[in-house]
Design a protein around this ligand. Structure first.
Ligand code: SAM
Ligand code: SF4
Length: 455
């Protein structure tokens, strides 16, 4: 959970609390930008906010319940603020808003506004209706392009957010994995046009951003018509973005194995700015479970793909997502997942217990597993993943590579940056300025942090 906010500059204030994935972090920033155009500045203190927005996530269980319990706490803050003569509007955004709609206002009448991810550009108009006394629910899929209508952040605001930035290039998903709510909450796959993405990246770079992470629920399904009239895939787009002066590092997430095309693999081979790190979720190592999940690939296809990626970029670090305890998963299926993990050796991974999502085919399947079985499997999987992650981190000791300096360190005299593989690296504050990319030798490794000396 991430709380986003800018230094309050007077006038109306908005407090945004973000749950879930990087796409929500990006969306929260864009909502803040839309509200800035309407006179709001962001605050990190809910008590002083005229507007509280919860940007919610619906991917796993209890998401809605968490929102309702948070609303209980917010109700108290609102009451105190009103007693002191202030006002507070409350809005629910994100995937819980999309999934629950008007039900949220029925269960929590303190909420003034429910707004889905496709309609954020309508936020200022929606707030005007709220001020006029209406309860507003905006969850229709907007026909107009939301990105066309969302104001861009000011240069100072981009700079305040730091030298790394997210840029959404794709939204929604047409894959319909049987466990997943995304196709229902985020709608079908939409790619933003090349010119719009390039313009946003240029703006970020001009304000000092050095690293851009392209985002999408299925980012490598991105496609669009290039200025040459040809159909571009993500690989071609990455080459174009690398031409922008100031852009030194590019990343993208999250990818589906089926959409890893030759052009994108070639970008990993030929494009120095594309960092050697790839989040490529597989979910399970069992073909039977992959089929039941509608993942549309087998474990062998995934291995073959990783082999091609690794031969294009031998130092690439792999990251993944796993679900344990999908309906019908046997001990043998779970062992196949452990085997896959042992074969791939992920540098980093996320793993979850299967959580039935209402309205998805998985929720209706037979063979749901007891929590205790899911717990035990998750523990075993996470222990194995942690072992590999530890080995990967340790393997950086003594290595030399470039570090992007991102911010002051927690301790005096230090600055903090990231390795090409997304690991935190601590350097001496004299190593360079924030935004510099400096060659470093890793002198020691402590837990998951690398300590570098300038080479
Ligand atoms: N699009 C990505 C992909 O194809 O893998 C992932 C999108 S999803 C936001 C992030 C991760 O949440 C998934 O990769 C999956 O591991 C996990 N997830 C999604 N639905 C889930 C569910 N019902 N129960 C447990 N984990 C789930
Ligand atoms: Fe969900 Fe990813 Fe599958 Fe799409 S590809 S349905 S976002 S898990």
């Amino acid at each position: 959970m991430i709380e986003t906010g800018a230094q309050p500059q007077g006038g109306k204030k908005v407090f945004v609390k973000t749950y879930g994935c990087q796409m929500n972090v990006y969306d929260s920033q864009r909502m803040t930008d839309a509200l800035a155009a309407d006179g709001y500045s962001a605050t990190e203190r809910m008590e002083e906010a005229d507007l509280v927005l919860l940007n919610t996530c619906h991917i796993r269980e209890k998401a809605a319940e968490k929102v309702y319990s948070e609303l209980g706490r917010i109700r108290e803050v609102k009451r105190e603020r009103e007693q002191a003569g202030g006002e507070m509007m409350i809005g629910i955004a994100g995937c819980v808003a999309q999934a629950e709609g008007r039900e949220i206002i029925r269960r929590a009448p303190v909420v003034d506004l429910v707004i889905g991810p496709q309609t954020y550009h309508r936020l200022p108009q929606a707030l005007r209706k709220v001020r006029a006394g209406e309860k507003v629910v905006e969850t229709d899929y907007a026909v107009e392009d939301k990105f066309e209508h969302l104001p861009q952040p000011r240069r100072a605001e981009i700079a305040r957010r730091g030298v790394t930035a997210f840029l959404s290039v794709q939204e929604g998903c047409d894959k319909f994995c049987t466990f997943c709510v995304v196709p229902y909450t985020r709608g079908s796959e939409v790619s933003r046009p090349v010119a719009q993405i390039v313009a946003e990246a240029e703006r970020l770079a001009a304000a000092g951003v050095r690293e851009i992470t392209l985002l999408g629920q299925n980012v490598n399904a991105w496609h669009g018509e290039g200025p040459d009239g040809a159909e571009w895939g993500l690989g071609r787009l990455l080459f174009r973005l690398a031409e922008i002066p100031g852009v030194a590092r590019l990343r993208y997430t999250t990818s589906h194995p089926r959409d890893m095309d030759d052009q994108l693999i070639a970008a990993h081979r030929d494009l120095a700015a594309l960092m050697p790190y790839l989040h490529l979720p597989v979910q399970s190592g069992s073909d039977r479970i992959l089929k039941a999940m509608n993942r549309r690939h087998k474990a062998a296809d995934y291995f073959a793909l990783i082999e091609r990626i690794r031969s294009a970029r031998p130092d690439i670090a792999m990251s993944g997502d796993f679900i344990v305890g999908f309906p019908g998963e046997t001990d043998a299926d779970f062992e196949a997942t452990l085997d896959l993990v042992r074969a791939v050796r992920y540098a980093q991974a996320f793993s979850f217990k299967y959580s039935p999502r209402p309205g998805t085919p998985g929720a209706e399947m037979k063979g749901h597993l007891p929590e205790a079985v899911k717990d035990e499997r998750l523990q075993r999987l996470q222990a194995l993943l942690a072992e590999h992650q530890h080995d990967f981190t340790q393997s950086r000791a003594g290595m030399r590579f470039d570090v992007l300096i991102e911010k002051p360190g927690r301790r005096p005299g230090q600055k903090a940056g990231r390795s090409p593989w997304l690991q935190p690296v601590i350097v001496d504050e004299t190593a360079g300025e924030i935004g510099d990319i400096v060659p470093v030798r890793i002198a020691r490794v402590e837990n998951s942090t690398l300590f570098g000396e300038t080479a």
